[in-house]
Design a protein. Structure first.
Length: 459
C-alpha cells in the first residue's frame, strides 16, 4: 500500500490536494559548459573503457561513477527513507520527495558517470524526468554509456508515454554519439584452457564433476551450509560457501527461478569474490523472467568484479535461443540486452579480468583459496597472475616482496618483511641470481612447503 500510495503521486492516484493553476512547462536548456555525453553502441566497443578513463583522469572531487542499475536502487532507497522519515514530510508530495533526493545527490557529486544506462522497470521510468529535471536545473553533468540510442530507451515498456518526455531532455543535456565499431574487443583477450575453464559447457556428467571439484578444492574440506546474506532487509539463502575464503555455490534455480533483483545480486557480489553457479540451462522467451534475472545477475557480478565459475548447457552466444521471427516481432527487451550479457560472460573468462580479481583480494582471502601444502599446476598458474602484476613473465623485486608479504601475513599475521628476511628469501628463490624470479623458480619455491616455512621464519 505504501508503494502504491507513493507512486500514485505520479499517476494522480494519491489523495487530491489543493494545487495552484498549472503553469506552462519551460523547456530546460543546458548552461554553458554543462553539456554531457551519451555514448551508445554495440557491446565490447570501448564505451565503458572511455568513460572510466575520463572519470579517473578528471581532477575534481564531486564526481561519481556508477552502474545505472545501482544508482536507481540508491534513488529508491532514499525515496523510501524520505517517505518514512520525519513528521515534517507527511504533507509532501511524491514530486517533493524526488526533488529532495536529487538535491541530496547534487551535494555529493555534480558529475555523474553512468555505465549501462537503461530503463527496464515502470518504477524507474515514472520518476526519470522529475529527478533529472532537478539534477540538470542544479547544474549536473551526465556522461553515460548505453547499448541503445535515447529514442529506444524503455522501448515497448509499460505506460511508456509517461517516460517519453525524458528523452528530449536527455538529448538537450547530452551530446549523443554512436560508436560504429563492430568488434567486441573484450573477446580478443580470452585465453584457451581446459581444466582451468571458468565457463564450463556443455553441462554433462564430466562437467558437473569438474565444477564440483573446483569448489571442493577451494573449500579444502570445510563447507558451510545454510548461510544467509541480507539485501535491503531481505534474506538470501546461500546453499554452500567456503569457510576459508568468500566463495559461494548456487544453482541457476537458486538465483534466477526466484523473485530476485539487482539489489539481491549486488549483495551476492559484495559478499563473495567468487561465485559458482551450477546448471545454467538453455534459455528461450518461454523463460523470459529467468532470462531477465540472469541478465541482471551477470550485470551485477560484472559490476562488482566477481569471479564467476559455472556450468552451462551451451556457450554464451548460443545459450539464449531466439528465432528470427521472434527477433522481428518480439517486444522483449531481453533480446536486445543479451548481446551485452554474452560479451560480459566472455570477458569474465579473460586473463585480464581474472588477474584483476586475484590482485584485488587481501592475502587472507586470496591464499585461503589454496591448500599451500599441496599446490597443483593450476594453482601455480592462478597464483602467478596475482604476483606478476605487470604481466612481464617474471617477478621483479617489488613483486617478490608482495608475495613474501602475503605469505608472512598468512603464517605470522603481519606484513612486515624486514630487509634481512627479504634477502634470505631472495637468495633461496632467485636460484640463478639474475635479479628476477621466473615462473619456474616461483613454482619450485612454493611447491616445497617446508622451505616456505623455514624462510618465513628466518631472522
Amino acid at each position: 500500500q505504501e508503494v502504491v500510495f507513493f507512486f500514485g503521486g505520479f499517476f494522480g492516484g494519491s489523495k487530491p490536494a489543493p494545487a495552484p493553476a498549472k503553469q506552462p512547462e519551460v523547456e530546460l536548456k543546458p548552461a554553458a559548459g554543462q553539456l554531457g555525453l551519451y555514448l551508445w553502441g554495440g557491446t565490447g566497443t570501448g564505451k565503458t573503457f572511455m568513460m572510466d578513463m575520463f572519470h579517473d583522469k578528471l581532477p575534481i572531487d564531486k564526481k561519481k561513477r556508477i552502474h545505472f542499475h545501482e544508482w536507481m536502487i540508491d534513488v529508491h532507497d532514499r525515496l523510501h527513507k524520505k517517505q518514512k522519515g520525519s513528521s515534517a514530510n507527511r504533507d509532501k508530495s511524491a514530486d517533493d520527495f524526488v526533488e529532495q533526493v536529487a538535491e541530496d545527490m547534487m551535494r555529493e557529486a555534480w558529475l555523474l558517470c553512468f555505465d549501462e544506462f537503461q530503463v527496464t522497470h515502470i518504477s524507474d521510468a515514472i520518476i526519470m524526468k522529475r529527478i533529472f529535471s532537478v539534477l540538470f536545473e542544479r547544474g549536473a553533468v551526465v556522461v553515460a554509456t548505453s547499448n541503445r540510442p535515447p529514442e529506444d530507451l524503455y522501448l515497448n515498456g509499460l505506460n511508456r508515454p509517461l517516460f517519453l518526455p525524458f528523452i528530449p531532455m536527455l538529448n538537450n543535456f547530452c551530446k549523443v554519439h554512436a560508436i560504429g565499431a563492430e568488434v567486441d574487443y573484450r573477446m580478443i583477450s580470452t585465453r584457451d584452457g581446459e581444466d582451468d575453464r571458468v565457463y564450463i559447457c556443455p553441462n554433462g556428467p564430466d562437467e558437473k564433476k569438474l565444477l564440483q571439484h573446483k569448489f571442493s578444492k577451494i573449500c579444502q574440506g570445510s563447507v558451510l551450509t545454510g548461510a544467509q546474506i541480507e539485501a535491503q532487509g531481505r534474506k538470501i539463502a546461500v546453499p554452500r560457501c567456503a569457510e576459508t575464503s568468500n566463495v559461494a555455490w548456487f544453482t541457476f534455480a537458486d538465483l534466477c527461478d526466484k523473485a530476485l533483483g539487482a539489489a539481491d545480486y549486488l549483495a551476492v557480489g559484495d559478499a563473495f569474490h567468487t561465485v559458482f553457479i551450477a546448471d545454467i540451462p538453455r534459455l528461450t522467451l518461454q523463460e523470459r523472467d529467468q532470462v531477465r534475472r540472469f541478465i541482471t545477475l551477470v550485470d551485477s557480478l560484472y559490476e562488482r568484479h566477481t569471479k564467476l565459475i559455472c556450468t552451462a548447457e551451451l556457450d554464451p552466444i548460443q545459450l539464449f535461443q531466439v528465432t528470427e521471427e521472434e527477433r522481428k516481432t518480439s517486444v522483449a527487451d531481453e533480446i536486445f540486452a543479451w548481446d551485452r550479457t554474452v560479451s560480459r560472460l566472455v570477458e569474465m573468462q579473460s586473463t585480464q579480468y581474472l588477474a584483476d580479481i586475484s590482485r584485488s583480494l587481501d592475502a587472507e582471502q586470496f591464499l585461503g583459496q589454496y591448500k599451500l601444502k599441496s599446490l597443483t599446476d593450476e594453482d601455480f598458474k592462478d597464483m602467478w597472475k596475482r604476483y606478476d602484476q605487470d604481466d612481464s613473465g617474471h617477478l621483479d623485486m617489488a613483486e617478490l616482496r608482495f608475495l613474501l608479504e602475503d605469505l608472512l601475513e598468512k603464517q605470522k599475521g603481519h606484513r612486515n618483511v624486514s630487509d634481512e628476511l627479504f634477502e634470505a628469501c631472495r637468495d633461496v628463490i632467485d636460484s640463478n641470481k639474475d635479479g628476477e624470479v621466473s615462473f619456474e623458480e616461483f613454482q619450485t619455491y612454493l611447491e616445497d612447503y617446508a622451505t616456505v616455512q623455514s624462510t618465513m621464519s628466518a631472522r
